[in-house]
Design a protein around this ligand. Structure first.
Ligand SMILES: Cc1ncc(COP(=O)(O)O)c(C=O)c1O
Length: 399
């Protein structure tokens, strides 16, 4: 009896009987997760045609699947981009995007006050590949002065982690446009809800650690980049395939789910951050509150122009009078906000950048970046504003 005539064996049925390839007439509200690493084809030619891009289709998880397609569509749309690609982490997005633009022997200009992981990549890893970086203030003149004949990318964060100073995106973009140097903007903290950097002439790529607000629930590590189709699909995507930095399917699906509530979350979290910043400003145990939504903040005008009044982000820095000791006591006393390792979710989190997220900077580099020992980074979550304000005030009392 051939296998076609008899019932296949136990192991074969376990592998093949779970097939669901019928078309479903009813459209699911939540898209399916394409949790498949690989695909099956009609024959050798079919597979060869798809992998060689002679025919549309799917190849392998690292090359993307329908869940990724849906995610890339929404991310590109929110950033006003032609195309987007998603990555296994924000750092993967930074790494693949920059290595798509810069070769051995070439140069990058980057903002001095930048996420510690990005600083470490630029200052410790890239030099081993022969890529140099000059760190500057995120101002047009400083960027222009730092440019060299072989500068191939400029990198800035719109709202700098962890000081939340606002970069002169328009001025820097004008310098980059004039010299035809790609400007890469890490917009993880502002998010496309507040700012779509690609609308500014001279911005080439926008990056996000989608780990943060775009996902919004502290359950994903992922990143994305959006920009011109040719650059994204023919350079960044191809490099991501070889570097192996593409997002996993389940993570792509979680971001697709999380991004649906980005506007609701950002609206509320920005409003709460403004209320908390206002309540803490002027407190006797605080030297300065760094929140560009406060009218007396040095970047207030710039933030209003860039973000169009939609808010000033959901994060603030707090420089404690009394330095680390007082900061640590205040953090220990928090009951609702907690000491935590990330930001961008429903949970309010506080960290001490000098010893954690920005530990990669030397004491001198931290001083230049404005990251003193008394500085706390505060990420406002979705809790009630009054509860958070009372929590911070009681913690300050005990500090
Ligand atoms: C501004 C910014 N960019 C990039 C990253 C890196 O993202 P990930 O942790 O997902 O690799 C972070 C992480 O905190 C960040 O704050």
């Amino acid at each position: 009896m051939s296998v076609n005539e008899r019932r296949p064996g136990f192991a074969t049925r376990a592998i093949h009987e779970g097939d669901w390839s019928e078309t479903v007439a009813e459209q699911p509200v939540s898209p399916p997760i394409w949790l498949t690493a690989d695909y099956l084809y009609e024959g050798l030619d079919h597979y060869a045609d798809v992998i060689n891009e002679r025919r549309p289709g799917f190849v392998y998880g690292r090359y993307g699947n329908p869940t990724h397609v849906a995610l890339h569509r929404v991310l590109a749309s929110l950033d006003g981009a032609e195309a987007a690609w998603s990555f296994a982490s924000g750092m993967a997005a930074v790494h693949t995007s920059l290595t798509a633009l810069v070769r051995t022997g070439e140069h990058i200009v980057a903002q001095r006050t930048i996420y510690g992981g990005t600083f470490s990549l630029l200052s410790k890893v890239f030099p081993d590949y022969g890529i140099r970086t000059t760190f500057v203030e995120p101002e047009a003149q400083a960027v222009a002065d730092a440019m060299q004949a072989d500068t191939r990318a400029v990198l800035v964060e719109t709202l700098a982690n962890p000081t939340f100073r606002v970069a002169d995106v328009a001025g820097i973009a004008a310098v980059c446009a004039e010299r035809a140097v790609p400007l890469v903007v890490d917009n993880s903290i502002a998010t496309p809800y507040l700012l779509r950097p690609l609308e500014v002439d001279g911005v080439t790529l926008v990056l996000h650690a989608t780990t943060k607000y775009i996902n919004g629930h502290s359950d994903v590590i992922s990143g994305s980049v959006a920009g011109p189709r040719d650059l994204i699909e023919n350079r960044i995507r191809r490099l991501a395939l070889d570097q192996g930095t593409t997002a996993a399917a389940f993570e792509a699906w979680l971001i697709l789910r999380g991004v649906q509530t980005l506007a609701l979350r950002m609206e509320r979290q920005c409003a709460t951050a403004l209320a908390v910043a206002g309540a803490l400003a002027g407190h006797r145990k605080i030297e300065a509150v760094g929140y560009p939504g406060l009218p007396d903040h040095p970047d207030h005008e710039r933030a209003s122009a860039l973000f169009g009044g939609a808010g000033s982000g959901a994060m603030l820095s707090v420089r404690m009078a009394g330095g680390y000791e007082v900061a640590a006591r205040a953090c220990d006393a928090l009951r609702i906000a907690r000491v935590g390792s990330s930001f961008g979710s429903m949970h309010s989190q506080v960290c001490h950048p000098a010893t954690t997220s920005h530990r990669q900077l030397s004491a001198k580099e931290r001083e230049a970046a404005g990251i003193g020992d008394g500085l706390l980074r505060v990420a406002i979550g979705g809790e009630d504003a009054q509860d958070l304000i009372e929590d911070f005030l009681q913690a300050l009392d005990k500090a």
